[in-house]
Design a protein around this ligand. Structure first.
Ligand code: NAD
Ligand code: UDP
Length: 345
């Protein structure tokens, strides 16, 4: 059964990293909240292939069963429909807490629910960690830096966040989730890890989640205009999902409890990024007329620049990104194209 499942994962994702299989004595029971989402499902693949026992909790708001269906029936895998806003009882030794919508259209769809997910969901999972003495890892975000006045962003930067704007439900939700995490650490001795994740892309991104990578790829594949918000001069730094998963697993298993940026410092303006996508999708030198650009208003509080300082990750985790944007994007475009051909999206 391992072979069958591994083959499904390896075939669907070409550059899947090689994984060291654990001895049975090294196997852990691991809870992944939000494990049916984009990042969560890649983390689950890696943990399962390593040989861990994995329980996924998800309410399927933005995730889908399809992302993890290749593990259903595996004796080491369990998928539970559950909303983290409600308490959950289980015995585990590690908790990766990812449950939270991550794209601006999704987290702004029901902002109150987004706040509840970050606050009550994180309290519930920290409570579980406290009771079971599990190690707890929060997937926080570069959004805790808001529209940053320091560039690149170091973990010591306290951020520049509008507490009442449309992005606040997510940004402030994650900031309080970090506060809760360190309060449980100080007050209850919970063993914690905090990853501040920067923009991540890859196969299994939702084609309708409104993020720039999935929007541009879907628009280009359909021959529609690419929508650039504002003048396109704002910057982002994009990492491939396999690099992120490497970083999360390293962070969980190293002895470092301060927040750690996990991102690729390779920074692009959104305008340049649109050109890269057009080149990848058209598979030939681009002509600006092939896929036109449409300019739309810039969303409120859209950060003007973002780039991680990854000195901490390098120093304490021995981590750095391995995929450059061209390799990761080509694979992502190929995945979206295949899904379209097969009528799955
Ligand atoms: P995603 O939307 O694909 O995944 C989130 C998952 O959480 C989904 O499966 C969703 O159904 C589930 N979920 C949402 N609310 C829930 C609730 N109340 N109870 C149970 N499950 C719930 O997003 P993603 O990109 O995979 O992000 C995963 C995590 O990483 C999030 O916490 C996000 O904030 C963080 N993050 C992601 C990025 C990125 O670029 N992808 C950047 C920074 C931080
Ligand atoms: N963006 C864009 N066109 C789109 C979607 C997003 O120009 O179709 C811009 C958006 O305004 C932001 C950047 O791309 O400046 C990244 O947006 P995304 O939603 O992917 O992530 P975040 O803003 O959370 O970094």
């Amino acid at each position: 059964i391992d072979k069958v499942n591994d083959t499904v994962v390896y075939k669907s994702i070409k550059s899947f990293p090689s994984v060291r299989r654990l001895q049975p004595s090294e196997r852990k029971r691991i809870l992944v909240t939000g494990g049916a989402g984009f990042v969560g499902s890649h983390l689950v693949d890696r943990l399962m292939i390593m040989g861990h026992e994995v329980i996924v909790l998800d309410n399927f708001f933005t995730g889908t069963k399809r992302n993890v269906q290749h593990w259903i029936g595996h004796p080491h895998f369990e998928l539970v429909r559950h909303d983290v806003v409600d308490p959950f009882m289980i015995e585990v030794s590690q908790i990766y807490h990812l449950a939270c919508p991550a794209s601006p259209p999704h987290y702004q769809y029901n902002p109150t629910k987004t706040v509840k997910t970050s606050v009550m969901g994180t309290i519930n999972m920290l409570g579980l960690a406290k009771r079971t003495k599990a190690r707890f890892l929060l997937t926080s975000t570069s959004e805790v830096y808001g529209d940053p006045e320091e560039h690149p962003q170091k973990e010591t930067y306290w951020g520049h966040v509008n507490p009442i704007g449309p992005r606040a439900c997510y940004d402030e939700g994650k900031r309080i989730a970090e506060t809760l995490t360190y309060s449980y650490m100080r007050q209850n001795d919970v063993d914690v890890r905090v990853a501040r994740i920067f923009n991540t892309y890859g196969p299994r991104m939702s084609p309708v989640d409104g993020r720039v990578v999935s929007n541009f790829i879907m628009q280009a594949l359909r021959g529609e205009s690419l929508t650039i918000y504002g003048d396109g001069g704002q910057t982002r730094s994009f990492q491939y999902v396999h690099d992120l998963v490497d970083g999360l697993i390293l962070l969980m298993n190293k002895n470092y409890y301060e927040p750690v940026n996990i991102g690729n410092p390779d920074e692009y303006t959104i305008r340049d990024f649109a050109d890269i996508i057009r080149e990848k999708v058209l598979l030939s030198p681009i002509s600006p007329d092939d896929v036109p650009i449409k300019t739309l208003p810039c969303p409120t509080d859209d950060p003007k620049k973002r780039k991680p300082d990854i000195t901490r990750a390098k120093t304490y985790l021995g981590w750095k990104p391995n995929f450059d944007v061209h390799q990761g994007l080509q694979e992502t475009v190929d995945w979206f194209r295949l899904q379209m051909t097969e009528g799955l999206i």
